[in-house]
Design a protein around this ligand. Structure first.
Ligand SMILES: *Cc1c(COP(=O)(O)O)cnc(C)c1O
Length: 356
């Protein structure tokens, strides 16, 4: 018997979510964002789910090469661009498109007088103040890139800081449009939140990530209400049951104390599996088909659950940590984080099963 925890990955949920993104994108091309190992779902699994995308976008060059080796012939967009000259050579060799967000990256491209031309995605800083050029430098960099024989074409892009909020692109979108006015080339602006919340940002290509994995980009709208299906289920089983009397404590620090007789279950899942240690007592969990709550501190290999609503449960009972029954966004919110972080943190020790 192996430890009962496993992650189930559903390429069919990914296909469904990609089709939904496309239906909202008003004819725009769809880049499926697969950085961070496909948001923790596995790069090959992401490829299985997003084969119908117009392109894949990521930040890791090793992973881009791996996608080529796995047979992906379509466009690949490197969202942080080249980190050094070797990356530019890799981009030329493997036909990777490069974001250009900073003057040093323009220099890297201009230091290459010949060779296979590379597609550039010139990034405008629309207020996040993380990556990208402000208006004047943006237009200057555009002119320099267009003059390079080794640059195949220049797409104008930006990334919104507040697309998950109402009115969140009200300043950023006009700022982009003003900076890009009169410049030739396709436009790419929208992440999941912009695509769903501000459809006027769809432009020529969109770059959804989180929605394709079935989680919500919004704090106040569930994935299900957006028509999304979770692509990852984390499940395990009870490996022990304890009967508590009032005053008995549970787990490290005795953080939970029973105020009545109760049964608690011990789940083979802990923070070393990727379950957030900060998830407090009350974090939702499903046991034996019933929704209940965690109690006490999450440990490295175990967490405890309240079996009061599940009298049928015993050692071996099925537990869903997140998935169809327990949205990952609810677990994340209880733990003070977002679904993105939980997906990406799925630990390598958790065996992954890919569903049909
Ligand atoms: C990660 C990323 C995205 C995808 O964002 P989601 O919120 O996951 O949809 C889009 N564009 C850029 C530049 C990114 O870095």
């Amino acid at each position: 018997m192996s430890r009962p925890i496993e992650a189930l990955i559903s390429p069919s949920a990914m296909r469904h979510n990609l089709a939904l993104a496309r239906s909202r994108a008003a004819g725009a091309r769809v880049w499926a964002v697969v950085k961070a190992n496909g948001y923790g779902h596995g790069l090959t699994n992401a490829l299985a789910g997003f084969g119908a995308a117009d392109g894949l976008a990521l930040v890791e060059f090793e992973m881009a090469v791996r996608l080529r080796e796995a047979g992906w012939r379509g466009p690949l967009l490197m969202l942080e661009g080249a980190f050094d000259a070797a990356d530019v050579r890799t981009a030329a060799e493997h036909r990777l498109s490069l974001v250009v967000h900073e003057p040093g990256q323009v220099a890297l491209l201009s230091e290459r007088p010949s060779g296979e031309p590379i597609e550039a995605f010139l990034k405008f800083n629309s207020g996040m103040n993380r990556l990208g050029f402000r208006a004047e430098a943006f237009r200057e960099a555009h002119a320099r890139l267009c003059a390079l024989p080794t640059v195949a074409g220049v797409t104008l892009m930006t990334h919104f800081a507040n697309a998950d909020l109402p009115g969140g692109v009200d300043a950023a979108l006009p700022a982009f449009e003003a900076a890009a006015r009169g410049l030739p080339g396709p436009r790419s602006l929208a992440n999941s939140a912009a695509l769903l919340g501000h459809p006027s940002t769809a432009a020529d290509s969109v770059r959804p990530g989180i929605m394709l994995y079935g989680a919500s980009p919004f704090a106040d709208r569930s994935a299900a209400s957006l028509g999304l299906r979770p692509a990852m289920t984390l499940r395990s089983r009870l490996i022990a049951v304890q009967a508590l009397v009032p005053g008995d404590a549970v787990g490290y620090g005795s953080a939970f104390v029973a105020d009545r007789p109760m049964r608690i279950g011990v789940v083979a899942c802990g923070y070393a599996d990727g379950f957030p240690r900060h998830a407090p007592t009350g974090t939702p969990v499903q046991v034996d088909g019933r929704r209940t709550r965690t109690v006490g501190r999450v440990a490295m290999d175990m967490l405890m659950v309240d079996l009061t609503p599940v009298p049928s449960a015993g050692v071996g009972s099925a537990v869903e940590l997140w998935g169809e029954a327990v949205p990952i966004d609810e677990v994340a919110s209880a733990a003070g984080t977002i679904g993105y972080e939980l997906m990406c943190a799925l630990a390598p020790r958790v065996p992954v099963t890919v569903l049909a």
